[in-house]
Design a protein around this ligand. Structure first.
Ligand SMILES: *Cc1c(COP(=O)(O)O)cnc(C)c1O
Length: 379
């Protein structure tokens, strides 16, 4: 691996894979719609808003902003450990679980090394790898579900990490505990298996379980990541965490550095974790409405996945241009949704579960599409 040397350059250049690296595409948040109602269904944010208990804690914490936060976020780590029956000394708190993905790639792989991810997996793995000069290798899926054999077949001498979102974003599909155990058992022991459980809290299925027991079980090559952004409604505060093997704690802490999570975020996340009413509502609302969205959209003749996340994924007949047109028309009607071209699904659209009114409105909008689509064509 050689690094391009630019002599006599006109300005300081970043490393080539940083200068020319790919960019994470966030969901479109605000688009002008002549001032009428807009529904933000593009970023898997909670439709329940910020919990009042969290808001109260944030106000209380406001008076202590002259103080650095606890570098390890121990009070939050302990609250997480208590809730999920874990060892607090193996919990790393981060400003969003996306930061953990980044630290793992930067700390455990270098230019020319490889990570393996599932072809329609979360886009961060690929993008974070690219901006570290790390090669990301996509494993094919079966029916928009990660495939254990395919993932293992992509492992080479240079593989350092494997990333599996379970359930995955944007497909909303998941691997069973038996499949995850099989993957783990057949993965070379010096490859870190990162199980990204950003949507764990939403799932109540008999054939789904957290991978955290595998980390707990003493394996030194499995990490589970979670986030407060989706289920707990704290996307704006940026808090995520990971349960990691004991030997991984110190190096991961070095990647993190001190004071990376603000004391407002730490306090708010602890309050969110202890707010059972919000969690119950978050669970019930999503269960009801993701099921409803999947059924309604599928009844209109579109292909959807069996998503268990807080979003539905639908395929647009007619290919990429039709999909771009579909998103544009929804946008004009006041709905921000997400095309999944960054996940190698250019003719699919992800719709986040919203409040009841938004869910009903977007299904009505999709219903009217037949004619609108025909009239607008695929410009
Ligand atoms: C949203 C998401 C994350 C990142 O969440 P943070 O806000 O950075 O904590 C990680 N993985 C998946 C699969 C996600 O959808």
């Amino acid at each position: 691996m050689t690094t391009k040397i630019v002599s006599k350059s006109s300005r300081p250049f970043a490393l080539p894979f940083v200068e020319d690296g790919p960019v994470y595409t966030p969901g479109r948040a605000f688009v002008s719609n002549g001032g009428s109602q807009r529904w933000r269904l593009a970023s898997n944010e909670s439709p329940l808003g910020t919990s009042q208990k969290v808001q109260d804690v944030i106000k209380l914490a406001a008076a202590n902003q002259h103080l650095y936060p606890d570098p390890d976020g121990l009070a939050l780590a302990q609250a997480i450990a208590d809730k999920f029956d874990l060892d607090a000394n193996r919990i790393t708190i981060a400003p969003g679980s996306d930061s953990i993905i980044n630290w793992l790639i930067r700390g455990w792989a270098g230019p020319g090394d490889e990570i393996v991810y599932s072809a329609h997996g979360f886009q961060s793995y690929r993008i974070r790898a690219a901006t570290s000069g790390v090669i990301s290798v996509a494993a094919s899926e079966q029916g928009l579900r990660a495939d254990v054999d395919a993932l293992l077949s992509k492992v080479t001498e240079r593989t350092k990490l494997m990333f599996v979102a379970n359930p995955n974003n944007p497909t909303g599909t998941y691997l069973s505990p038996a499949e995850v155990a099989d993957l783990r058992a057949r993965l070379r022991s010096n490859i870190m298996l990162v199980m990204d459980e950003a949507y764990f809290d939403f799932v109540r299925k008999d054939d789904y379980a957290s991978s955290i027991q595998m980390v707990e079980g003493g394996g030194d090559n499995v990490i589970t990541t979670r986030t407060f952004s989706k289920f707990y409604g704290l996307a704006g505060l940026r808090v995520g965490w990971a349960y990691v093997p004991a030997p991984t704690m110190a190096p991961l802490g070095r990647m993190r550095g001190p004071f990376s999570v603000t004391n407002i975020s730490l306090a708010a996340a602890k309050a969110a974790l202890e707010d059972d009413d919000y969690a119950t509502a978050s669970m019930a609302h999503n269960e009801q409405w993701v099921t409803w969205l999947n059924q309604e959209i599928s009844a209109l003749g579109y292909r959807v996945t069996d998503s268990v996340g807080n979003f539905a994924l639908m395929q647009i007949p007619g290919g990429t241009d039709a999909t771009i047109a579909f998103v544009k028309i929804l946008d004009q009607k006041g709905f921000s949704v997400r095309r999944t071209d960054q996940n190698a699904l250019p003719d699919w659209v992800r719709i986040t579960v919203g409040v009841e009114k938004a869910n009903r409105a977007i299904v009505e909008a999709i219903k009217s599409f037949g004619s609108v689509f025909a009239a607008e064509g695929t410009k």
